[in-house]
Every structure is written in C-alpha cells, then in structure tokens.
Design a protein around this ligand. Structure first.
Ligand code: NAD
Length: 474
C-alpha cells in the first residue's frame, strides 16, 4: 500500500479505506486513513519546516524546478494511477502530471513583487509579500493532481509549507507525488495525508494552518468558510459551476460542433468550468443538436486499462453516475428527449452513455444545476437579452462562453455575462499565468498567475522614516 508523507518520511498506515476502480466497481487498493495524531504530526512538521523554508528564495526556486522535472518524469505512473482510481484515459491522466510540472515551473520563475511606493528625502515605503505559514490544501477527485498543484506551486513559491489532502476517491496519485517530493523537498515542506471528509474538517479546524485553499463543491465550501472563520484563517474557495455556452445566430454550426461538444464532455463532463448548458437560437437548434449527437455517437467509451483507444472512461464514482442518471430521468419526465444516450451503460463499472438532451428549459434541474457528467442540455432562446438573462440566472458564476463567427461581437456579449472567466469560441482554456476564480457561489479568491500567488501571502509594509524620528502623519 502506498504510504502518506509526513515530515519527509513514509508514514505507516494505522487505519485504511478502500479505493474503488470505477471501471469495474471493485476494490483496486487500500489507502491510509490518517489518524488525528498523524494529522498533528503533519501540521507540526510543516510548521517547523516553515521556519527555514520561508528564508531562502533561491533554494525554494531550485527545489521547485527539481520537483517539476521529477513530476514530468513520473507522468506515465500518474496516468496509470488515475486510470485505476479515477477511470481517466491515459492521455488525460498523464496531462495532470504535466500540469503539475508546468505550474511548478511557472511559479518557480515568477518574481515575488517588491513594490516601492515612496522613496524620497522624507521616507522609503515598501510593500512586501510575506508567506502566511502552513497551508491546508484540499482537493477534489475530478482533477486530483492538477488542481492540487494549482495550490502547492504558488504556496511553496511564496515560502509557505503545505499539508495536502486529496479526495478519498483518488488518494493514490497524490500519495505518489508525496513519495516523489520526499527525495527532493526538505522534511515537512510538503506533507500528504489521506482520508475522508472528516480529515478535511479536521484540517480546517486545526490550529496550525493560517490558510485553507479548497477546491470542491459549494456545499463543502460553505462549511469550510464557516469553520475557517472561527480562527480567521484565510480561504481561497474554488467551487462549482453551471457554465452556459451561448451560440450566436451567426455561428457556423458545422464548424463549432466538435469543439463545443468537447468543452462539455472533456473528462466525462466532470469539470468545474466545462460547458454545462447550451443556449442556441431556434433557427440553429436542430442542426446543432444533430451535429452534437453525431459527435457523441462517435465517442469510444470504455475501461482505459483494457483499451488504448478509450476517449471517455466511467464516471468517477457510483454516486456521481446515480446523480447524472437522476437528472436525466428528471429531464425526460419533464418533456425532455435524449437525442443520443440517456441511460447508464449496463455492467459493473460506473459508465454512462454520452447524452445530448433537447426539449428542456430553464426550471428543469439539469439546466439549473451542475450535473458534473456526460449529459448536455441544449436549450433554445428567443433573443440575446433572453439568452443573457438565462445565462446569468442562478447562483453560480464560474465560466461561460460565446460561439460566433464574429469575434468582436462575441467579446461584447461575453462581457455581459457574470462569470469569472468568459471565452469566445472555446471554453475552459486555462493557463498558469491566467487568473481563474468564480463569481457568486462559484468561489472566493482566485488561483493562478500573480493573483494566485498573492493569495498565499500577507502584505507587509516597511516604512523607513528619513525625517525627524517620531509619529507619522495620517
Ligand atoms: P467535495 O466538496 O465533496 O470534496 C472536495 C474535497 O473536500 C475532498 O477532499 C473532500 O474529502 C473534502 N471535504 C468534504 N467536506 C469537507 C469539509 N466540510 N471540510 C473540509 N474538507 C471537506 O467535492 P468533490 O465531489 O470532490 O468535487 C466536485 C466538486 O468540485 C464540483 O462541484 C466541482 O464543480 C468542484 N470543482 C471546482 C473546481 C474549481 O476550480 N472551481 C475545480 C474542480 C472541481
């Protein structure tokens, strides 16, 4: 069984839990369930390591670049872990290792800003960004390694130390990067603990961390915010989304269908900022639905450990498949039609047919809620005001896209949508230097770019009075 990493060492498991292979529904492995004492040890070692890790910027950069290389080398191992614990096709699992390497590399090379606000005969006033201390990083199951490194890379660069917890559905890939880091980072700088939601709760209420960086559902995010507030811990929350894609009346359906399809079905629809509902003018509706359905029919669904050509694996958990199945059944009972798909794939694994739904409208759950699965509703709209009102309805505001032959018009429409990221003729285009965060219930704070780094720092002003020593004026 892979072990947790605490204080730079392998931490023996005192309790365990099952890891299920979603392609078979059977137990694939055991993972350690961190005890309260082990969490204390991890937090304590991170706190101790912070005393020195924060001091030497050049050393941090060197170690992060080393870790980046090691993560890249381990891409095939991550791909195998993620295929087994998460049902991801190998290329997608491998991509996660590359995301980790890329983010480490980007942040290692990003300058920590030192802003001088004033430098004259009277005074020198400088603004520094200081690390906060220990960061509790909590990740979801849909992109386990990639999203963990959106936190780890900027946190380490700023001089913090980290205790990271993956979802209990995907512990193996995270345990593996803990092993890799053991040989590279000083003890305590990056600790990996595994366990269920209770472990996450204990991390947030633990007295040591000063910052909680959480990616997951809105429901859990609200609990995290409340628990963190008790100790005035800083939080970054990356939560759910119900991203609209608005197809404008000038769009070329044949040209956009394939791309639009994959912005919804990437990772089997299990992504925070994927297209979750499509709005299309009446005139283009039938053509678009037919074209999307054609792509859906062409997709190879299967167990990535059995077939190399798999494009979509199973859903990650049986619960997630039941949720998607329930939302589709609800849509069908409200007059919706599955043009393609519409039901689970028979068998032991958690497979679900790629599904395109029509005949549904706002007010039906699959349009209003985050489905997080391979079922896409296509909804008609009357005019642009109508489309924008629907796109902006609800409590989410993560991403949105506009599909058009006129990029300028697309950008104008996109600017009317209330979301943290808006894209034209693409969706979920993410990069280490581009900030990413949600409006409304989709989150608090942002990740990535310098903004993501600032989220792991406190501001410190250093004011040197060059005049007569004494009080400063307000
Ligand atoms: P989840 O909220 O159930 O769990 C996420 C993580 O939090 C897990 O590690 C879990 O063990 C832990 N956790 C659960 N309750 C907790 C609590 N009260 N305190 C502390 N930790 C707790 O989410 P999930 O099902 O793993 O992930 C899917 C959700 O994540 C979707 O809603 C998706 O949109 C969202 N997500 C958001 C982003 C983003 O960047 N905005 C990215 C990916 C996923």
């Amino acid at each position: 069984m892979p072990a947790m990493t605490i204080n730079g060492r392998e931490a023996p498991a005192r309790a365990t839990f099952d890891v299920i292979n979603p392609s078979t529904g059977s137990v694939h492995a055991q993972a350690p369930d961190a005890t309260p004492e082990q969490l204390d040890e991890a937090m304590g070692s991170a706190s101790e390591a912070f005393r020195t890790w924060r001091r030497d910027e050049a050393f941090r950069i060197e170690k992060m670049l080393e870790l980046s290389q090691a993560m890249m080398t381990a891409v095939p191992e991550f791909a195998a872990d993620l295929a087994a614990e998460n049902g991801k096709p190998f290329d997608m699992g491998g991509m996660e290792g590359m995301v980790a390497a890329t983010w480490l590399d980007y942040y290692a090379n990003l300058e920590l800003p030192r802003e001088i606000l004033r430098d004259d005969d009277g005074a020198r006033v400088e603004v520094l960004r200081k690390p906060m201390g220990v960061v509790a990083a909590i990740a979801p199951w849909n992109i386990p390694i990639g999203l963990a490194f959106w936190k780890i890379a900027p946190a380490l660069r700023a001089g913090n130390t980290v205790v990271v917890k993956p979802s209990p559905y995907t512990p193996l890939s995270t345990l593996r990067f803990g092993e890799i880091a053991r040989d590279i980072l000083p003890p305590g700088v990056l600790n990996v603990v595994t366990g269920g939601d209770d472990l996450g709760k204990r991390m947030v209420s633990h007295p040591i961390p000063r910052k909680v960086s959480f990616t997951g559902s809105v429901a859990s995010g609200k609990h995290v915010a409340v628990a963190a507030a008790a100790d005035l811990k800083r939080v970054t929350l990356e939560l759910g989304g119900n991203d609209p894609a608005i197809v404008l009346d000038d769009a070329n359906v044949a040209e956009i269908a394939q791309g639009l399809f994959w912005t919804a079905f990437f990772n089997n629809g299990q992504g925070c900022c994927l297209t979750k509902r499509v709005y299309v003018p009446e005139r283009l509706h039938d053509d678009l639905v037919d074209a999307l359905a054609d792509v859906a029919r062409s997709v190879t669904v299967g167990d990535p450990l059995q077939r190399e050509d798999v494009q979509l694996g199973p859903l990650a958990t049986s619960f997630q498949r039941e949720r998607v199945a329930g939302l589709v059944e609800d849509a069908l009972s409200h007059g919706g039609k599955a043009v393609v798909g519409g039901k689970p794939v028979h068998g032991a694994g958690f497979f679900y047919e790629p599904t395109v739904l029509t005949g549904v409208d706002d007010g039906v759950r699959i349009v209003d809620e985050e489905q997080f699965g391979p079922a896409l509703p296509v909804v008609t709209y009357r005019d642009l005001d109508d489309a924008l009102a629907r796109a902006n309805a609800g409590t989410y505001g993560l991403g949105a896209s506009v599909w058009t032959s006129d990029l300028q018009r697309g950008a104008e429409v996109a600017s009317e949508i209330d979301a943290g990221s808006t894209w034209i003729n693409t969706h979920a285009a993410l990069a280490p230097e581009v900030p990413f965060g949600g409006h409304g219930w989709s989150g608090v704070g942002v990740e990535n770019g310098p903004w993501g780094l600032y989220g792991f720092t406190d501001i410190q002003v250093v004011h040197s009075n060059r005049g007569v020593p004494g009080p400063g004026a307000l």
